[in-house]
Design a protein around this ligand. Structure first.
Ligand SMILES: O=P(O)(O)O[C@H]1O[C@H](CO)[C@@H](O)[C@H]1O
Ligand SMILES: O=c1cc[nH]c(=O)[nH]1
Length: 378
C-alpha cells in the first residue's frame, strides 16, 4: 500500500514553505532542472543525479559544458518538461489569484500542494470528476480513506478539484468559454507549483457519428465545425488561429491500453468541437432549428467522411491551450448516441453511468501502467 500526502489547507500552506513531495523520486522541484541519467547502469535504476539550471548566462554555459562532457562519456540526457505560461506580465505580479479555483500564490503553498502532480484529468461534470478521483484513489491502492478526498476548490462553486496521489481531477463545466477559464488558471497553477512531465486528459461524453453508442473515441485531432484542425481565439479585435493537434503517440498508447480491457469498444478518430449542443451540432430538437433533416444528415455524413467520429464541446480549445503550454494532452470521450440515428439521449440512468465510467477505466489503467502498477490493471 502506498501513501501520498493530501494537499495542505490554506492555513498550513501559509506556515509551510519550500519543496514539494514528488512522485517516487523524493526530489524537490527546484526551478528549471535538468535530469542526467546514467544509462550504463541498469534501466530505470536509481542512479540519477539532479542539477539546477540558473538563468544566468554564465551558469548555463557551465552546465552545457558539463552536459557535453557527460554525453561524451556515454550517458544520455533528458530534460524535464515543465508547464510553461506565455505571459510576460505574470513575472511582474506580486501575487497571482486564481479566482475561479479559489487558490492563490500568497494564500496557498502551491508547490507543496500540487508539486507532485503528474496526471490531470478534466471533464464537464463535478460529480463525474469526484467519482473519478475516488476510483483512482482505490485503484492506486492508497491507504487514506475516501473522506480525505475533499474538494480543493470548495470555496467557489465554479469548478471542483480533487487530488489523490499524483492525480488531479477537475471539472470544467460545458463549452469553450468555461473550460478555457479553468485551463488558464489550471495551467498557471501547474506552473506556479513547478510541476513537470504532466499529462492531461479530458474524459468526457459526446455524440457519435456512424459508431455504436457506448464506443470510446480517442481523439487524434480535434477539429472545428468546418472540420479544420484549428481553434480561433478572438483576442481584442483580432482572430488568432491556433493548432489543435494532439499527441499522436499518447493517443496510440491509450488505444493499445484499451485493447487489453475485455469487451471495450474503442477507436481513434477526429473529434469535432462545437460552440453549442443543439443548432451547432445539427440537432433537430432544440428550441430553434432552421434546417431540414436532409441538411442535418448531409452535414453529419460529410463530417464522417472527413474522419470525424464524435462531437463534443471543448476539445479544440483544450488541445490548443495545452499544446501551447507544453502539456501532453489527450481527449477520450464515450459516445451516448449515434447522431445519424437520433438527436435525443434516451439512455437509462444506469446505462449512462456505465458508459461514463468507460473513459475512467481506460485512463485509470493507463495511469497505473505509467506508474509501474501493471499488476493492478482492471
Ligand atoms: O460530458 P462532458 O465532459 O461535459 O462533455 C460533453 O457533454 C456536454 C454536453 O452535454 C459538453 O460539455 C460536451 O463536451
Ligand atoms: O450529442 C452529444 C452528447 C454529449 N455531448 C455532446 O456535446 N453532444
Amino acid at each position: 500500500m502506498q501513501s501520498f500526502p493530501q494537499p495542505a489547507g490554506k492555513k498550513d500552506a501559509k506556515r509551510k514553505s519550500g519543496s514539494s513531495e514528488s512522485w517516487r523520486s523524493g526530489s524537490p522541484n527546484i526551478g528549471e532542472e535538468m535530469q542526467l541519467r546514467d544509462t550504463r547502469s541498469c534501466a530505470g535504476s536509481e542512479h540519477e543525479s539532479h542539477r539546477s539550471l540558473s538563468r544566468e548566462d554564465l551558469c548555463i554555459c557551465r552546465i552545457l559544458q558539463g552536459a557535453a562532457q557527460f554525453l561524451c562519456q556515454g550517458h544520455t540526457l533528458t530534460m524535464k518538461r515543465f508547464v510553461h505560461v506565455k505571459n510576460p506580465y505574470l513575472d511582474t505580479m506580486d501575487e497571482d489569484i486564481l479566482y475561479h479555483l479559489d487558490l492563490g500564490t500568497k494564500t496557498h503553498n502551491l508547490p507543496e500542494m500540487f508539486g507532485d502532480v503528474k496526471f490531470v484529468c478534466v471533464g464537464g461534470s463535478p460529480n463525474r470528476m469526484r467519482a473519478f478521483a475516488l476510483f483512482m484513489h482505490k485503484e492506486l491502492g492508497l491507504v487514506e480513506g475516501e473522506e480525505d478526498i475533499k474538494d480543493i476548490c470548495a470555496g467557489t462553486d465554479r469548478y471542483c478539484m480533487f487530488k489523490t496521489g499524483p492525480v488531479l481531477s477537475i471539472s470544467h463545466g460545458m463549452g469553450v468559454p468555461s473550460i478555457s477559464i479553468m485551463l488558464h488558471e489550471l495551467i498557471k497553477l501547474l506552473h506556479h507549483a513547478r510541476c513537470c512531465d504532466v499529462t492531461i486528459i479530458r474524459i468526457g461524453t459526446s455524440g457519435g457519428i456512424g459508431i455504436a453508442p457506448g464506443s470510446v473515441v480517442i481523439t487524434d485531432t480535434a477539429v472545428d465545425s468546418f472540420f479544420k484542425p484549428q481553434f480561433e481565439q478572438v483576442i481584442l479585435d483580432n482572430v488568432v488561429t491556433r493548432s489543435t493537434e494532439l499527441d499522436k503517440e499518447l493517443a496510440e498508447e491509450l488505444f493499445n491500453c484499451s485493447k487489453k480491457i475485455p469487451n471495450f469498444p474503442a477507436l481513434i478518430g477526429h473529434t469535432m468541437c462545437t460552440y453549442d449542443f443543439y443548432e451547432g451540432q445539427g440537432r433537430l430538437d432544440g428550441a430553434l432549428c432552421s434546417f431540414s433533416r436532409e441538411k442535418k444528415l448531409d452535414y453529419l455524413k460529410r463530417a464522417y467522411e472527413a474522419g470525424v467520429r464524435n462531437i463534443e464541446m471543448e476539445s479544440t480549445v483544450f488541445a490548443a491551450m495545452c499544446g501551447l503550454c507544453g502539456l501532453k494532452a489527450a481527449v477520450v470521450c464515450v459516445t451516448l448516441l449515434d447522431r445519424l440515428d437520433c438527436d435525443q439521449i434516451t439512455l437509462s440512468h444506469d446505462v449512462l453511468m456505465e458508459y461514463q465510467r468507460r473513459p475512467q477505466l481506460l485512463i485509470s489503467n493507463f495511469i497505473k501502467k505509467k506508474l509501474g502498477l501493471c499488476d493492478q490493471i482492471s
